[in-house]
Design a protein around this ligand. Sequence first.
Ligand SMILES: [Zn+2]
Length: 850
Amino acid sequence: MQYYCGTNSFSAKHNPFILPGSTTHYARDRDYDIQHVRLDLVVDPEKKRLDGTAHLTLKPITENVTRLEFDAVELEVKEVKLSDNKNGSGSRKVNYENTGRKIIVYLDRALKTADNVTVSIRYSGQPRRGLYFVGPDKAFPKKPYQVWTQGEDEDNRYWFPSYDYPNDRTTSEVIVTVPDKYMAVSNGALVETKDDRARGLKVFHWKQDIPHVNYLVSLVVGEYSVTKENVDGVELQYYLPKGREEEGKRSFEKTGQMIRFFSEYFGVKYPYPKYAQVVVSDFIFGGMENITATTLTDTTLHDKRAHLDFTSDDLVAHELAHQWWGDLITCRDWSHAWLNEGFATYSEILFKEHDLGRDEAAYYQMHDLELYLEEDKERYRRPIVSKTYMNPGELFDRHLYEKGGLVLHALRNYLGDENFQKGLKHYAEKYREKIVETNDFRRTLEDVTGRDLEGFFDQWVYHSGLPEFKVTYDWDDNAMIAKLTVSQTQSAELETPSVFQTPVDISFTMAKGVVTKRVTITQRDQVFFFSLPEKPRDAEFDPGNWIPKDLDFDKPKTMLLFQLQGDKNMVGRARAAQRLSKYPTEDVVSSLKDAILKDPFWGVQAEAAKSLGTIRTNAALRALIAGLKTKHPKARRAVVKALGEFRDEEAAKELIEIVQDTDPSYYVEAEASRSLGKTRSAKAFEVLKAALRKDSFNEVIRSGVFDGYAELKNPNAIPIVTEWTRYGKPNLAREAAVRALAKLGDGRPEVSDILTSLLDDQWFKVRLEAAVGLGNLLDSKALPALEQLVSKELDGRVKRRARESIRKIQMGREATDEFRQMREDIDKLRDENRLLKERLDRLESVPVKK
Ligand SMILES: [Zn+2]
């Protein structure tokens, strides 16, 4: 699953992940084993109605089972029947109770483990989760009718009764009747289609023969244009909204290449006969890896201009990799979901490395680290495997995805490429069609490599945080010895190890080439000496960037200047560009300018631009203006972003030109608006207003304009931005407008009121952004509305954000209370001090008698 993660604010200390009211979760007990799920459904996209029968074939796990419980939320049950499959005696009605969350079936005889029965539950519903009806309304009259499902984590129970937990696998079959202009797509093979011309209906019969967990059952109904291709015996199917075929080709063109690469790299061939990718509107995730039939958001479809900066490859690779990690092998409970998500996230990197080379992969991974660190610093810190939470959706965060991926990268280095791949292959073979927890993965790797990995998993997976290294370098010219002092400075809070133990490479660049030495870090403070044949021109710590870490490497400026120009390794050049931001000197500015214009990799160009934005001298401004000529749109975007660091009319003038004109890249134009706001130029307001007219891919440009207004901090922007939060504007624009509005709302009760009213919005991301915004405004008047949202919200992500905002406001209030108390204490001390001083003065004025 690819998730949506809103923005958040500041706060230096790490917050705990666990919120009040959380409980500890373990995998669920079960007394039966589902063998087969067969759904017979009638779906009407326009009437938004679902009728059906779920036939659940199962075998008891224990003796004398007299009642069976199924998960079913808010479904209306008409009838429950039971048939014994062993004696073929036909079906009979049985008693049941429907609690609104469970269907409890009371059996007329106790079942034994030797039994095999089918429970048939006839029901209907208008689900609020799990199955979603999309269609036109007054504000969006052209929106096509669609129905799609989203089962993960525990939402399939909203549209069919079942055993809805990932510690059981079953085969499945979906037979669905829809009005005949629609197509219905589900998992596995299309067994048959039948036309019922008289009633204008069509029946689609899908069957998934390889067992899977319940949340992977899916259904999409819509009007589609379908294309197919065959890659190594696998049928690839693409379901695209009519008229968007060209964009679909742009998004999915590498699917075949990916299937071949992953089959080869993981050592296990793509496990199913088909792979469908189905594009839907208003999807609540980026994508969902439903078995053999991935559902994807239509916001990934993009035009040629967006393709300069934007790609669907990462999303496509992610969901495809899940067909192995997640579908063929599934975590047995949510706390181990990094075995799905960390693996899929790392697979994005693996494919990128294969497709575009090491530099693109490494730079993408540096970004993953940033995303994880942002969550770690600004939201909370937790171990990757965390069992205490309120709803499982809370776990689908940057710790599960990005940190999970970074840990696999570290593991690859720890074991070596060959052993890592061998381990993946064995793990996939041993646990295919099974459920797993982290120890299954660890033990498999241990079996294959002979290495004991308890320490590795303990520190990276079961503990939280990451090492914060402070490294210093010295050279002893007489002894010809390089000295590296390595300290770990992380504080041991929230289950963070005070010492991370890890091998690490140290490299030295000499005239003749690079020498790399591997040392092992075992203590908090360590010193390493290296006897070298000549004085190195540069030294680097973990040049391959294998270890997730925060690195502060203090080395001489001469080394950094050499590294920026001379390091063949992109990671080194990017780090040099970052580190040079400490030196606001002419030579540094000129080197960074050269890097923007000449470095062969756009990521280094971007880091150089960022550093010039930090240096912020006149020379740096001129260097950035010269850097606007750079060709790569992502590098140019970084230059434009850095120009926003200057409250300077010259910077504003350049930015205005970009905002008013057309850059080849949507993203550069958007960034120019953002930066223009940051310059606080008097001309910015009107220029931004004009830019609001520009339509763009995924509302990228307007989002930049809203951010520009937020940076401008001009209250006159409030009504303009508010207008764009209204229902009827495109959702992506609305979300950005809500974020910007919250930033404009400091000390303005009217903004709090607008955000509070948006907590009722029908689009979940608007509710989420409004909840986050209210938290950032620290407005305690918003508390009742946030509490109300928590109690009625069905989306776990929104619920979680609302809870975090409540915590933030309460802590803000506590901080204010504490501050007030301190002020009172100080006043009291001042008074006491004054009294003491008066007494002292009086004493001193008394003539001393000798
Ligand atoms: Zn995923």
